[in-house]
Design a protein around this ligand. Structure first.
Ligand code: FAD
Ligand code: SIN
Length: 518
């Protein structure tokens, strides 16, 4: 039997939790469906911290300016202004809710990260900022009696009736079968799609499902070509690409090649603190020049005591792999990290599909443009999660769920395999890494799309179809954008071109096009 509630939130990272709290504050029933255990998300693994204007030598204009520079001409200025000005309010609220940021003598500690003109990064338990966000937001959501969180509930598709999103189809973890749930509105907070790539800092849940679901439901998708590759993921054979936070370079860490030479000065005057896309491409160039598969992060100028205290999780994790961060050079290479593109929304999380709202990494609000400034996304999840929740509650207060219900058609695919097929996933991840990765060109993108078409022609399960569709969206947009800008680099078009100072736009069954920057 189909279920009903007032609002559905998909995902329990920072955006989903903040949106749920906002929705529940209006007294509404909120069903949070999340794919794994409640804490499993990109948010949980965030290390460096959250950028926010709180220091005396800082102000909103400076943070806005840094964000716009990183975004390389594609940020929506109003969205950035909203992020940096409202960000301070929402961080204060989070502190009131019990989030423990690191302090010294009672004062908040502010870290430095690349491309920030001020020390403005709050962090928690050294390098476990995201886990502290999740802990405190889950505790706060737990105080709201109308929030019902269902873990291990993988959503696969949106229910659309009369041009409106009215619910979702998910795999019921108890019945172990697909089930429908109807609501006045759905808030999509499923995060990013780092798992599209062979090497990624993202956990396994980050397969971009929400983007594909929204696309199939008819929502507009923007800027899918812009993927951020983090320069410094631990690079060891048969080990996951564990992130070595940018804050390590912020504290003075240096990048060295296999000869022990510091190479960043040859590539950019900002050296290790140049924007991520520049550092990542410099590392690739240096690896090619020296014929190696990694470079090294050198933290040995700092004392073991300091490093243990400042980066406790990284210290312990590297120890498990036999590395002492105070004495050893740490092998690193770039890995996919963040999606700048996603479901196109307005400043209140409204997508182009009535009834569908979205917040966090799954969206393209315009705050990041072509490249996200480090530590801006936890902030984005908070600010736009709250705004999407508020708008969904207010816009739909007059609706009755019973008026929205309908008999949804049986899913087209006969393949009922749960999740993404391992073989499909492996092949797509490899093709994405090799052909749609840090460095792209027309030929590599065309060949990738050909492979994806071939994979799509098989009888795929809904989850596998979502995954390959997402890969196609990224490759199609990357082929369309004949220039290099921010996170997107084409060897056949290495310059930024004025005619491409537009966002890419993709919608189901329609050719890719562009729209102007706001
Ligand atoms: P997520 O936190 O990823 O949450 C998505 C949720 O959706 C999860 O609960 C997931 O299980 C659920 N979900 C996914 N698919 C489905 C489905 N089909 N059905 C149901 N549920 C689903 N940003 C910063 O600002 N500062 C940092 O220091 C920082 N460090 C980072 C370090 C790492 C290793 C990584 C990977 C990212 C980091 N980021 C950082 C980026 C930041 O963590 C994310 O962009 C942000 O947390 C995204 O929040 P979100 O709520 O949008 O998505
Ligand atoms: C990091 O700590 O390096 C990641 C920060 C981010 O992705 O914003």
């Amino acid at each position: 039997m189909a279920l009903e509630t007032d609002f559905i939130v998909i995902g329990s990272g920072v955006a989903g939790l903040r949106a749920s709290i906002e929705l529940a504050s209006s007294g509404a029933r909120v069903s949070v469906l999340t794919k794994d255990k409640a804490s499993e998300s990109n948010t949980e693994y965030a290390q460096g911290g959250v950028a926010v204007v709180l220091a005396e030598d800082d102000n909103a204009e400076l943070h806005e300016g840094d964000t716009l520079i990183a975004g390389a001409g594609l940020c929506d200025e109003k969205a950035v202004e909203t992020l940096v000005t409202e960000g301070t309010k929402y961080i204060r609220e989070l502190i009131d809710w019990g989030t423990e940021f690191d302090r010294e003598g009672g004062n908040l500690l502010m870290g430095q990260e690349a491309a920030h003109s001020r020390r403005r990064i709050l962090h928690a338990h050294g390098d476990s900022t995201g886990a502290e966000f999740v802990r405190s937001l889950i505790a706060r959501a737990g105080l709201e009696k109308t929030i019902l969180l269902t873990p291990f509930a993988n959503t696969e598709s949106l229910l659309v009736h009369n041009g409106r999103c009215v619910g979702v189809r998910f795999l019921d973890p108890i019945l172990r079968a697909p089930r429908e749930i109807f609501a006045k509105a759905v808030v999509m907070c499923t995060g990013g799609a780092g798992q599209l790539y062979q090497h990624t800092t993202n956990p396994p849940v980050a397969t971009g499902d929400g983007m594909a679901m929204a696309y199939f439901a008819g929502a507009e998708m923007a800027d899918m070509e812009f993927v951020q590759f983090h320069p410094t993921a631990l690079s060891l054979e048969n080990a996951p690409r564990f992130l070595l936070t940018e804050a390590m370079r912020g504290e003075g860490g240096q990048l060295k090649n296999k000869y022990g030479e510091r190479f960043m000065p040859r590539y950019d005057e900002r050296m290790e603190l140049a924007p991520r896309d520049i550092v990542s491409r410099s590392i690739v160039a240096e690896m090619r020049r020296t014929g190696t598969r990694e470079v090294y992060l050198d933290m040995t100028s700092m004392s073991e005591d300091f490093l243990k205290h400042r980066f406790p999780k990284i210290y312990d994790t590297c120890k498990l792999f036999g590395l002492n961060i105070a004495t050893d050079l740490l092998p690193v290479s770039p890995a996919s990290h963040y999606c700048m593109g996603g479901i196109r929304t307005d400043l209140w999380g409204r997508s182009s599909l009535p009834g569908l709202y979205a917040a966090g990494e799954v969206t393209c609000t315009g705050v990041h443009g072509a490249n996200r400034l480090a530590s801006n996304s936890l902030l984005e999840g908070l600010v736009f999660g709250a705004r999407a929740g508020k708008a969904a509650a207010e816009d739909n207060s007059g609706l009755q769920v019973s008026d929205l219900k309908f008999q949804p058609p049986i899913p087209g695919s006969k393949n009922r395999e749960p999740g993404i097929s391992t073989a499909v996933k492996k092949r797509i991840k490899r093709v994405m890494w090799e052909r749609v990765g840090i460095i792209r060109d027309r030929e590599s993108l065309r060949r990738a799309l050909k492979e994806f078409d071939q994979i799509s022609s098989a009888n795929l399960s809904t989850s596998s179809r979502n995954f390959v569709t997402l890969a196609k969206l990224v490759a199609t947009a990357a082929l369309w954008r004949e220039e290099s800008r921010g996170g997107h680099y084409r060897t056949d078009f290495p310059e930024q071109r004025d005619e491409f100072r537009i966002h890419s736009l993709q919608q189901f069954d329609q050719p890719i096009t562009g729209y102007s920057v706001g």
